[in-house]
Each structure stands twice: as structure tokens, then as C-alpha cells.
Design a protein around this ligand. Structure first.
Ligand SMILES: Cc1ncc(COP(=O)(O)O)c(C=O)c1O
Length: 417
């Protein structure tokens, strides 16, 4: 038996005391070792069905054999770039992204995480327009580096670090009229997620993104679509902006682009938003960004996503999962107040954070992993790998039904507590 308790102790001592306490409180004492498909395997050989999906990283599943094989092959050849000679995997990946992304998105900048992709897009929008104002949305999550944090929409993560990056205006998410009221010829960019992930899986009205596109065009501002969580098949299309049929100026990617094997982030842009690089080619760079290892793996991740038709799979399985959860909501209306989602990006809303925590704990004891959304603790987010099978979704539903049965009599106490 692994001594998970001793490992938590060391985690608390050497990494993060607060999180170690929370894990112990939730009874989440298990040590990850490996995984396959939608299943995470512990050092003790226990298996968990993962609906947290590494916060969106494991679209193609854990340790996808083709992606792992590609990683080994590239590692044997060249992992990091000289940054002096030409880097073929990086250029190949950029060309592939230009082909796969909608419309005339063409150029790519590569980095190592979602927050770096957002950081880069904000800088690109400012230099390209020569303006500084950024319009962002309440409840948004764009990352935790200074610029990305400044355009995020949750005070508890922002306040301790103020003053943040200046000239950022926040408006309510999903209401294009509010953007219309603040956008003008000082606006460099509007940044939005096509679906707010950490905000609680919030789906905007159908005309929201088209209206943002129109407003940006009218005022010469640039639209940054943050698809760090929604991108690479999650919502039932390769990119979530495709549901609305509109093309952003900058598309931010990370998470699943790395195939569940390696960190990588990217900003993909239209040619008109990229002219600043002509005269300032070194204005924004990253030593590790675009490394051959990550880029070769990302290409394989994109191929696997397309060839295994994972976006279609997300659409089909997602609608089954969503309907089944809606049935559970009808059976347990005191515990589930709303269910919403698109593809395999699903949010289950409960009446309070304590109720959500208790459900997550119950699910864990039934070997199902789920987490709440970072900016809205009342929403349990279900973002499993898209390779999850229908039988595994049924297993998750059984675990949910049992957990809801346990929690129902405790709801009032949990809300008061
Ligand atoms: C929409 C969105 N943008 C940016 C980020 C930040 O990504 P990272 O944690 O890789 O910096 C996240 C992370 O959850 C995200 O969901």
C-alpha cells in the first residue's frame, strides 16, 4: 500500500500547506501513477474515471499510445531548439494550425501554457493597434500571470496583487450591449472565452460572438478568443468559435494541444493582426516556446483528434450525458439546480459550494473524479477525456445518482455550514 498520508504531509511541508489540508479534509488521499483512456490509475492500482480531465488537458485521453510514441521518437532526435537554425516541427505545426483553424487565421506564436498565450495576445493587440484599453468579462478566467490575471474576472485572485495592468474594463459576460456601451476608438481588444469555463460553464446567447466581431470591426479593435479550455474538440467542434461561425483576430490555445503529454500554448492570428512582427521580430519571444518536442507531439495530438473524430464524439456523448444529468436534476431538484453544457464541457450547478464539495467527495469515494469551476464553486465541472466510452459515462451516472441520494438529506445542513 502506498502511504498517501505521508505524501500529503510532505506536500504540505514542501509545496502547499493549504492545499494539503484541503485534500486531507476531502478524503482525497490517493497517488496518481499512470492512466489510459479516461481512466487514471493510482500507485495502489485503483482506477478512477476522470471527469476532471486534468482541467481540460486530457482530450485525447491519458497516455494515448500514438502521442506517447511520437514523444519518444522526437525525444531521441531533438527535444529543444537551438533557436539559431530552422525548427521544422514548429513550422509544420504552425502550418497545420493555419489549415485547421477557421477562416483566415494564419500565423502562430508558441509558448508553454494558457496564461502565456493570453499574455502574448494582450501584448500583440496593444502593439498592433497602438491602443491600450482591453475589454474583458466578469467571471472570466484567463490565467494567473499579471496580464491574464488582470483580464480575469474574480476579485479574490486579483485583489492581493493590485495594482494590476491598467486600462482594463470589465463588463458582464454574455451581454454584447454592455460591450457596445464601453468600446470606442481607444479599445485595443475585447477578450472573451466562447464558453466561460471556470466561470461555471456559461454559454452565451447565439448572437454574442457575432456581435463582438461586428463591434470590433466597427471600432478597429481586435477580438481575442480564449480557447485554452474550449479548443481542440471539447465542445463538439474543433474550436468553439465554429459554433458561431465567426473568426477572431487572435485564438489562444493550450491544454489539449499538448495531447495530454506535454505543455504547450499558442496564439493563432490573422495576417492583419500580425504586421507588428515585420518591423519588430523579437518583440515577444520565449526560450522554450515552440520547442521541437512539444510541437511534434502537438501535431500528433491534432491528427489523433481529427482521425478519431473526437469533436463529433464529444457532441454525441455530450448530449447523452447532458440529458441523463437533466434527468437526475428532475429526480434531485434540491441538490441540482441547473445542468448545462456543450459537447463534453458540462456544468452541474448545486445550491452552494458546501453541497458541491460533498458531492465531489462522494464521487471520489465511488472512484469518479470531478472538480468545481475555479471562479464559481457552485458548479461541478465535468470535462472528461473525449475518448470516454458510453459505458463509462453510465458508470459516472450511477456514481452521481448514489452520491445525490447520500447528499439529499444533508443539503440544508451543508448550506448553513
Ligand atoms: C480559458 C482559460 N484560459 C487560460 C487558462 C490558463 O491556462 P494555464 O493554467 O495553462 O496557464 C485557463 C486555465 O484553466 C483557461 O481555462
Amino acid at each position: 500500500m502506498t502511504d498517501a498520508s505521508a505524501l500529503i504531509e510532505r506536500y504540505g511541508h514542501f509545496v502547499n500547506p493549504g492545499l494539503a489540508r484541503a485534500l486531507r479534509f476531502m478524503g482525497m488521499e490517493a497517488v496518481e501513477k499512470t492512466g489510459h483512456g479516461a481512466v487514471l490509475v493510482t500507485e495502489d492500482g485503483d482506477e478512477y474515471l476522470d471527469c476532471a480531465g486534468g482541467y481540460g488537458v486530457f482530450v485525447q485521453g491519458y497516455q494515448h499510445p500514438r502521442i506517447v510514441a511520437k514523444a519518444h521518437a522526437q525525444l531521441d532526435t531533438m527535444a529543444l531548439s537551438s533557436h539559431v537554425l530552422l525548427n521544422r516541427p514548429m513550422i509544420d505545426l504552425a502550418e497545420e494550425l493555419a489549415r485547421l483553424t477557421p477562416g483566415d487565421l494564419q500565423y502562430s506564436f508558441f509558448c508553454n501554457s494558457g496564461t502565456e498565450a493570453v499574455e502574448a495576445a494582450l501584448k500583440f493587440a496593444r502593439i498592433q493597434t497602438g491602443r491600450s484599453r482591453i475589454i474583458a468579462t466578469e467571471g472570466a478566467f484567463h490565467g494567473k500571470s499579471m496580464g491574464a490575471l488582470s483580464v480575469s474576472g474574480r476579485e479574490i485572485y486579483q485583489k492581493p496583487f493590485s495594482p494590476l495592468v491598467p486600462d482594463i474594463v470589465h463588463v458582464a459576460y454574455g451581454d454584447a450591449q454592455q460591450i457596445a456601451e464601453v468600446i470606442d476608438d481607444r479599445t485595443a481588444a475585447v477578450i472573451v472565452e466562447p464558453i466561460q469555463g471556470e466561470g461555471g460553464v456559461v454559454i452565451p446567447p447565439d448572437d454574442y460572438l457575432p456581435r463582438i466581431r461586428e463591434l470590433c470591426d466597427t471600432y478597429g479593435a481586435l477580438w481575442i478568443a480564449d480557447e485554452v479550455q474550449t479548443g481542440i474538440g471539447r465542445t463538439g467542434r474543433m474550436f468553439a468559435v465554429e459554433h458561431a461561425g465567426v473568426i477572431p483576430d487572435f485564438l489562444c490555445l493550450a491544454k489539449a494541444l499538448g495531447g495530454g503529454v506535454v505543455p504547450i500554448g499558442a496564439v493563432v492570428a490573422r495576417a492583419e493582426a500580425w504586421t507588428f512582427f515585420d518591423s519588430a521580430p523579437l518583440i515577444h519571444t520565449s526560450t522554450f516556446g515552440g520547442n521541437p518536442l512539444a510541437c511534434a507531439i502537438a501535431q500528433e495530438a491534432l491528427r489523433v483528434t481529427a482521425e478519431e473524430r473526437l469533436p463529433e464524439r464529444a457532441a454525441n456523448l455530450g448530449s447523452y450525458f447532458l440529458q441523463s444529468l437533466a434527468d437526475l436534476q428532475r429526480q434531485f431538484p434540491e441538490v441540482i439546480t441547473a445542468v448545462r453544457g456543450r459537447g463534453l464541457m458540462i456544468g452541474v450547478e448545486v445550491p452552494g459550494a458546501g453541497v458541491g464539495g460533498a458531492i465531489i467527495s462522494e464521487l471520489f469515494s465511488r472512484h469518479v473524479l470531478a472538480v468545481y469551476t475555479l471562479n464559481n464553486e457552485k458548479v461541478i465541472r465535468l470535462i472528461p477525456p473525449l475518448v470516454i466510452t458510453p459505458a463509462e459515462i453510465d458508470q459516472v451516472l450511477v456514481a452521481f445518482r448514489e452520491s445525490l441520494g447520500v447528499i439529499r438529506p444533508m443539503v440544508n445542513d451543508l448550506l448553513e455550514g
